[in-house]
Design a protein around this ligand. Structure first.
Ligand SMILES: [Zn+2]
Length: 372
């Protein structure tokens, strides 16, 4: 089995990725035209409706023996996975020089996808659904219609592997270093003891192969989430039920607030994940998963160094709140912490050169004026 030549696929991407999908605020209206223009390799049908009666679709491609379930945007304001998913669809439709790879995936895998599981949250640009429910914590209660739909598909499809796609906040760093995590991964645990089952090992192998491929693209910019067991999380429960679940978190890259870098690397991750799963002969040691550094929360959007607050030298750490305003995302600076932040890094570091503030309220006013 051939391996992916990442440079060549990157060239394909430069020429063929859809510029219409550059925006972070992505709604059902945006993806609807894409769902109606699919080639003959794909079938699409409505599986149900969200709480506010927006359509939720399932798209299927491939005829292979390995069944895969992939869903995106279960958190409505996390669109990078959806955008990367449509890059994958474009690749499968028009692979050009990479026909062998598209054919391999179509022949070896049957992929069921729910692009935009939470269209109400996507519309409102919220993590939660229209009932205020976090779908990633609703797997047991199934209070949201979207959660019930996902599990209906899970039961019907009985996937060998699942891909659960999310966006992570800027705050995540690679280890304690000063790099932001552009991509993070997790092979979820099935219990508090974080037992290393065969299923988890297989999940780790897929992630290790993805990590391996992306080392040539974003070296030092990948992290691994804590495998602490979350009893109510979707991935943990699906894993426990025997579906090997790969969590992918698309993240920040310096200056890249549109997440064009992680959109591309998420596309590459999906492509390599499917190639690897589809290759019976593929071998990789699951322990390579542990070569990926742990995530930490050591990155911010802005750090203002060297200010004097009530006479004491301190740094001001700022995170952007992402808000929807007239159909656009605006980034509202918000103070995250004020202290000695010499251990942290940020997208932008500003030297305040001893700028004096009487108290933290004054700092807040200054931040509002300075960064708006
Ligand atoms: Zn998420």
């Amino acid at each position: 089995m051939k391996k992916i030549e990442v440079e060549k696929v990157n060239k394909w991407y430069d020429l063929h990725h859809d510029p219409m999908l550059e925006k972070r605020y992505l709604t059902l209206e945006d993806i609807h035209p894409l769902l109606t223009e699919l080639g003959s390799q794909f079938s699409v049908h409505k599986i149900g409706e969200s709480f506010e009666q927006r359509n939720i679709y399932e798209l299927v491609f491939g005829t292979g023996p390995r069944t895969i379930l992939l869903w995106t945007q279960m958190h409505g304001n996390e669109s990078t996975g959806t955008r990367a998913f449509f890059d994958l669809i474009k690749f499968i439709s028009q692979p050009k020089d990479h026909k062998w790879l598209a054919d391999h995936i179509l022949k070896e895998c049957t992929v069921h996808c729910i692009p935009m599981l939470n269209p109400d949250g996507a519309n409102a640009f919220t993590r939660i659904n229209a009932q205020g429910i976090d779908l990633n914590r609703d797997v047991i209660d199934k209070k949201a219609p979207e959660s019930a739909l996902l599990q209906d598909v899970l039961k019907r499809v009985n996937p060998l592997y699942c891909f659960n796609l999310h966006d992570q906040r800027t705050i995540f760093s690679v280890g304690a270093g000063n790099e932001t995590a552009t991509m993070s991964f997790l092979a979820p645990s099935i219990d508090q003891k974080r037992t290393l089952t065969e299923g988890r090992k297989d999940t780790m192998k897929v992630i290790a192969s993805i990590h391996n491929l992306l080392l040539d693209v974003i070296p030092g910019k990948m992290g691994r989430y804590t495998d602490e067991f979350y009893p109510k999380a979707t991935g943990d429960n699906f894993q426990k039920m025997g579906h090997k679940t790969i969590l992918i978190e698309s993240g920040h890259s310096k200056g890249d607030y549109k997440r064009t870098v992680s959109r591309r690397t998420t596309f590459l991750a999906l492509l390599e994940g499917l190639r690897f799963i589809g290759d019976e002969q593929a071998q990789i040691d699951h322990k390579k998963y542990f070569d990926i550094p742990n995530n930490e929360k050591k990155y911010l959007d802005i750090i203002v160094q060297n200010s004097l607050i009530d006479g004491a030298k301190k740094d001001i750490g700022i995170l952007f709140l992402e808000k929807l305003e007239n159909g656009n995302i605006i980034f509202v600076p918000s103070i995250n912490q004020i202290s000695d932040l010499s251990e942290l890094s940020a997208d932008k570091i500003i030297d305040a050169k001893g700028l004096e503030f009487a108290n933290e309220n004054d700092v807040e006013k200054w931040v509002k004026n300075r960064f708006n």
